[in-house]
Design a protein around this ligand. Structure first.
Ligand code: B12
Ligand code: SF4
Length: 253
């Protein structure tokens, strides 16, 4: 197979807020490109129509619970339009893998980088997603030959967050949207209304060095860095070392 065209899109209903692009896509892009340099072209789309017009080989749809009807409609539309592979990911399919629509080939459950990377490698190697091969990919849900849903063994999260390359913060960003960055994944608390602590099995932190490198890369791109830094538990945990390093960071013009 020549360059694989992967389009990523987020199902969004009319009442959702749209302040930021999905940073998860920037992570998936950076990780997969490092794994298979030069083999993939990543595309971003806001709507199904836009995605179809880009004629991708793979459509990846991210969805929260309240957007899942829209995500399902996107998967069926992609199928009707002849997009060969449709992959779902994100919060809803992870919490409810048995809701995988028949129009999706598979759902990536939880943290996406390693699992999606393996699926893409499989596609590049074999040109298709055979049920037999999918059975060996940890962290997915798919349908077997008889149409029964199969959930493969859970994939452990990546142990050291620094092993994940700096994401493409600007991937899929629309005019007026601001980039943001994360210093950690997961949350130590368990608020009953929140999906975060259910989705991420533990709390992991980037090292201070990595956060500084990521900030520096953002400042190189735009010395004003108009965006936000999330994951403040990290700042609290590592205390003054952090504060010292951060105050010594100067925008480079
Ligand atoms: C930043 C943020 C936003 C931003 C950016 C949105 C976004 N989708 O990225 C803004 C402010 C715009 C936003 C809006 C909303 N948000 Co919000 N948001 C977050 C927050 C704090 C971080 C998301 C993030 O960037 N994580 C970091 C990246 C690395 O993770 P990720 O995006 O989940 O992606 C990874 C995996 O999930 C997976 N993955 C995800 N999608 C896909 C797709 C494919 C194809 C594959 C293979 C893998 C994959 O791979 C990625 C890499 O590992 C989370 C809470 C949290 N801490 O996770 C809530 C959260 C996702 N938001 C939530 C909600 C409810 C909303 C809104 C509906 C709020 C509203 N009322 O409008 C809207 C929905 C907008 C939308 N359609 O997505 C809920 C979702 C709950 C649920 N079960 O559905 C969360 C979990 C908050 C919560 N505490 O409950 N949000
Ligand atoms: S992310 Fe915020 S709301 Fe969610 S469990 Fe942690 S402290 Fe509670």
């Amino acid at each position: 197979m020549s360059t694989l065209r992967i389009c990523l899109t987020r199902a969004t209903n009319r009442v959702d807020v749209r302040w930021n692009a999905a940073l998860g896509f920037g992570f998936l892009k950076a990780y997969t490109e490092r794994l298979m340099p030069g083999a993939i072209e990543f595309l971003a789309a806001q709507t199904l129509e836009e995605a179809v017009s880009l004629r991708p080989d793979v459509l990846g749809v991210s969805s929260t619970s309240q957007d899942f009807d829209d995500a399902t409609a996107m998967c069926s539309g992609a199928r009707r339009a002849g997009i060969p592979v449709v992959v779902l990911g994100g919060f809803h399919i992870t919490a409810f893998p048995d809701t995988l629509p028949v129009s999706a080939d598979l759902g990536v459950l939880g943290e996406g980088e390693a699992t999606f990377g393996e699926v893409v490698a499989l596609l590049l190697r074999t040109g298709a997603l055979s049920r037999r091969e999918l059975a060996g990919v940890a962290g997915i849900v798919y349908r077997d030959e008889s149409g029964r849903l199969r959930k493969t063994q859970p994939r452990p999260v990546i142990g050291d967050l620094d092993d994940i390359p700096i994401p493409d913060h600007y991937f899929g960003l629309l005019a007026g949207q601001q980039p943001y960055m994360f210093t950690s994944r997961g949350c130590p608390y368990r608020c009953s209304f929140c999906a975060s602590s259910v989705y991420w099995p533990n709390v992991r932190f980037h090292s201070a060095e990595r956060v500084l490198a990521e900030l520096e890369s953002l400042l190189r791109r735009d010395p004003r860095f108009p965006g936000s830094v999330s994951g403040t538990t990290c700042l609290r945990r590592t205390g003054s070392g952090w504060a010292g390093s951060l105050t010594s960071l100067k925008p480079k013009g």
